[in-house]
Write a protein that binds this ligand. Structure first.
Ligand SMILES: *Cc1c(COP(=O)(O)O)cnc(C)c1O
Length: 384
C-alpha cells in the first residue's frame, strides 16, 4: 500500500537453490546463510523465516544491529553469528542471547571473556585468523596470545568456530593468494589444536571458494550471493559448468521487482523527452512513465541503458533516470496502458531481466544493486 513498487521473493526458487547447494556441499556441512546488507536487499525480517522454512538454522550478519533484527525475526531459534562489527558495550547483549561473534583483535576478546566471567555465561566465539586478506584476523604471533588467554579462561567461552575469509576466490587471478591462505589457515588450525584447543567448526568458505576450491568447505560454509540465485562471478559459473554435461544454470533468482505504468503519452517527432535536450523523439513515439527512480534504487547509470518488461516484451528505458521515475519507450507495445505491470527485475512471460544485465554483465554489480534496494520497498513472499 502506498508504495510505487514491490519486491517479491519466491520461496520455491529459494528452496531449490538450497537443495542445489546442499547437494554440492554434502550432508555433513552446515550452511550459514549470509544475510548482511539487509539479506542482500531481500529484507532480513522476511528472509530469515523464509530461509528457516527451507531448513536453514544458521545465519551470518555483519554487525550487531543486523544480529538484533535476525534474532527477532527467527522463529526456529536459529544461530546468529556476527562476522564484523560489535561494540564492546553490545557484547553483554550478545553473550546473554547466545549470539555468536568473530573475535579478531585482543580488545574484543578480553572484553568478551571478562563479561562472560561477570555474567556467568560462556561467550560463543569464532576466532578469525589472518591468512592473507589483511583486513581482520589474528596474526600468527597474536594467536599465541589468544591461545594463552583461552587457556587461562576455561568455562568462560565456547570456541564455536575457527575461521578466515578469502581475498577474492571468484577470480582465477587470485589463485596463488587463495592457495596460500588455505595453507596458512591449516597451519594456524594445527597450532591451536596442538595446544588442546579444539574449535567446534572450521569454516572459511564463501560462495565462490565453496565451488572453486572444494577443500575450503570444511564443517561449515558462509553462503551469501548464491542462495539468492546469483553466481559470485561468471568465472565461478563457467568453472562449475565446465565440468558438467548439463550446462544449464542450476540457480534461479529468488527476487523480482515490479511496478506499474503510471501514465502513457504520445510524443511527436522532434520533441525532447524529459529534462534538457538529451533525448529527442526521432519519430512519433509512445512512452510510459514508471514511478521508480534512483531514489528507489534504480541506478541513474541505467539512463538510456536499462530495460524493463511490459506485456511480456522487453522495452528500453529512454532518457535519464529521474529521482522518482523513469520513462520507457512502448511504441512497440501499443496496447500497453496505465496500471499494466512493469517488471524491473525478474520474469514476465518468457522474458527475463536479470540484475547483471543492468550493468555491463559485471557480477560484482549484483552485490551492489541488491544491497542498495531501499529497505522501505515492501517485500512479499510468493510461492510460485
Ligand atoms: C559476505 C561474506 C561472505 C559471503 O560471501 P558470498 O560471496 O556472498 O557468498 C562470507 N564470509 C564473509 C566474512 C563475508 O563477509
Amino acid at each position: 500500500m502506498f508504495t510505487t513498487s514491490t519486491l517479491f521473493i519466491n520461496r520455491q526458487v529459494l528452496n531449490s537453490n538450497f537443495v542445489f547447494l546442499r547437494r554440492h556441499l554434502g550432508p555433513n556441512v552446515t550452511i550459514s546463510s549470509v544475510i548482511k546488507g539487509n539479506a542482500y536487499g531481500h529484507g532480513i525480517e522476511e528472509f530469515v523465516p523464509l530461509a528457516e522454512s527451507c531448513g536453514i538454522r544458521h545465519f551470518s550478519v555483519f554487525n550487531a544491529d543486523e544480529a538484533f533484527r535476525a534474532y527477532n525475526s527467527s522463529i526456529k531459534k536459529s544461530t546468529i553469528l556476527i562476522m564484523g562489527m560489535i561494540e564492546n558495550q553490545d557484547l553483554r547483549w550478545a553473550i546473554e542471547h547466545d549470539i555468536e561473534f568473530f573475535v579478531f583483535e585482543m580488545d574484543r576478546l578480553q572484553h568478551a571473556l571478562a563479561l562472560a566471567k561477570e555474567i556467568g555465561k560462556a561467550a560463543r566465539l569464532h576466532v578469525e585468523v589472518e591468512t592473507g586478506m589483511n583486513r581482520t584476523g589474528f596474526t600468527n604471533s597474536e594467536l599465541t596470545r589468544v591461545i594463552r588467554l583461552l587457556k587461562d579462561n576455561p568455562g568462560h567461552y565456547i570456541l564455536e568456530g575457527f575461521c578466515t575469509h578469502y581475498a577474492g576466490a571468484e577470480s582465477i587471478a587470485n589463485h596463488a593468494r587463495i592457495k596460500m591462505q588455505i595453507r596458512r589457515y591449516r597451519s594456524a588450525y594445527k597450532k591451536v589444536v596442538s595446544h588442546g584447543i579444539i574449535p567446534k567448526k572450521r569454516h572459511t568458505a564463501c560462495s565462490a571458494s565453496a565451488f572453486s576450491y572444494p577443500e575450503t568447505i570444511m564443517d561449515m560454509v558462509r553462503i551469501g550471493i548464491m542462495q539468492y540465485g546469483f553466481w559470485p562471478s561468471i568465472e565461478t559459473f563457467i568453472n562449475f559448468v565446465g565440468k558438467k554435461t548439463q550446462k544449464e544454470d542450476p540457480l534461479q533468482r529468488a527476487l523480482s521487482w515490479k511496478s506499474k505504468i503510471m501514465s502513457t503519452k504520445t510524443v511527436k517527432t522532434g520533441e525532447f523527452i524529459g529534462y534538457g535536450t538529451s533525448f529527442i523523439a526521432r519519430s512519433t513515439m509512445k512512452i510510459a512513465t514508471i514511478p521508480v527512480g534512483y531514489s528507489h534504487g534504480y541506478s541513474r547509470s541505467l539512463s538510456y541503458q536499462g530495460r524493463v518488461l511490459i506485456r511480456g516484451q522487453r522495452v528500453d528505458v529512454i532518457g535519464i533516470v529521474n529521482m522518482n521515475l523513469l520513462i520507457a519507450r512502448i511504441t512497440d507495445v501499443p496496447e500497453a496502458k496505465k496500471d499494466d505491470e512493469v517488471v524491473l527485475i525478474g520474469r514476465q512471460g518468457d522474458a527475463e531481466i536479470t540484475v547483471a544485465s543492468f550493468g555491463d554483465f559485471s557480477n560484482q554489480l549484483n552485490y551492489e544493486l541488491l544491497t542498495r534496494l531501499p529497505a522501505n520497498i515492501p517485500r512479499v513472499i510468493t510461492v510460485d
